[in-house]
Design a protein around this ligand. Structure first.
Ligand SMILES: Nc1ncnc2c1ncn2[C@@H]1O[C@H](COP(=O)(O)OP(=O)(O)OP(=O)(O)O)[C@@H](O)[C@H]1O
Ligand SMILES: [Mg+2]
Length: 258
């Protein structure tokens, strides 16, 4: 089991941000998490990463139980890409430094890299066709380039769990597809991490994500195989609106009616 959450809740200011969450992710599965703004997606990810603690319930990640283990250590096995991470990185570090800092799960490069780290960072950047950016300052990159660099950074520690929180925000349609293809290649690699992909755009759910968790107002609306969860009836119930779901090239699309 990669993630096992039982009856977990988080309360802030007398309000439940997450309520009674039950969710299991098994090795070999990749999951999409889908929900509207404010439904609790990022909070759920922060809880998995040990940044916020459940007020009730149990959280196990990569076989480690919350409260009994140093999550700073565990975070080295979890790759994390999000636009909020972009904001906290040091903008005047070079791309190479940012990628290498992923090995230490740190913001900023405090520990001394060894020759092998430079080699590894180079290999990942080569694979992403980004080696030309190696010496550029992070602030000077475009949004699409930044997201690729963050993905490269997340892979630096060869994580067992890779969490992508709305990684395609701000990307044009081609940059988005190019980013999604990198994710697809990561999933196809032999030693692929378990990937959790959060979005509020259903068309970003690649076929590799065979399971989806729908979050609504801090609770699990439904979860499981896409063919059961991403159906017209279930999504109409989820949105409480008239919508129509279609599929093309194994990708889902939602058509809204106002
Ligand atoms: N520290 C906090 N104190 C009070 N409320 C919080 C706190 N953190 C999150 N919330 C609230 O919890 C709800 C869920 O927030 P969260 O960021 O998890 O949503 P989200 O699904 O990631 O949304 P988005 O799609 O906009 O990123 C929001 O209403 C948010 O305002
Ligand atoms: Mg969010």
């Amino acid at each position: 089991m990669v993630i096992e959450i039982k009856e977990a809740s988080i309360k802030r200011d007398e309000k439940f941000i997450l309520k009674n969450i039950n969710w299991s992710v098994q090795a070999g599965q990749h999951w999409a998490i889908f929900g509207l703004n404010g439904s609790g997606k990022t909070s759920l990810l922060k809880m998995i990463n040990g940044y916020i603690f459940p007020s009730e319930g149990e959280v196990n990640v990569l076989g480690k139980k919350f409260g009994t283990y140093d999550f700073r250590e565990l975070r080295k096995s979890i790759g994390w890409v999000s636009s909020s991470l972009q904001e906290s990185l040091y903008v005047n570090e070079t791309v190479e430094e940012i990628v290498i800092s992923g090995k230490f799960a740190s913001i900023g490069l405090y520990e001394n890299p060894v020759a092998n780290d430079y080699e590894k960072a180079k290999n990942i950047l080569d694979k992403f066709a980004c080696s030309n950016l190696k010496n550029r300052f992070y602030y000077s990159l475009s949004q699409g380039e930044k997201q690729k660099v963050l993905l490269a950074r997340a892979l630096m520690a060869a994580p067992k769990l890779l969490i992508l929180d709305e990684p395609c925000t701000g990307l044009d349609i081609f940059a988005k597809e190019s980013f999604l293809m990198l994710v697809d290649n990561i999933a196809k690699a032999e030693d692929s991490p378990t990937i959790i992909y959060v979005s509020h755009h259903i068309e970003e759910i690649l076929p590799l994500f065979s399971n989806t968790l729908l979050l609504k107002n801090g609770s699990v609306h439904s979860s499981g195989k896409n063919e059961n969860v991403l159906t017209n009836d279930n999504l109409i119930n989820f949105f409480d609106r008239t919508i129509e779901v279609s599929q093309k090239n194994n990708r889902f699309l939602i058509h809204t009616q106002l």
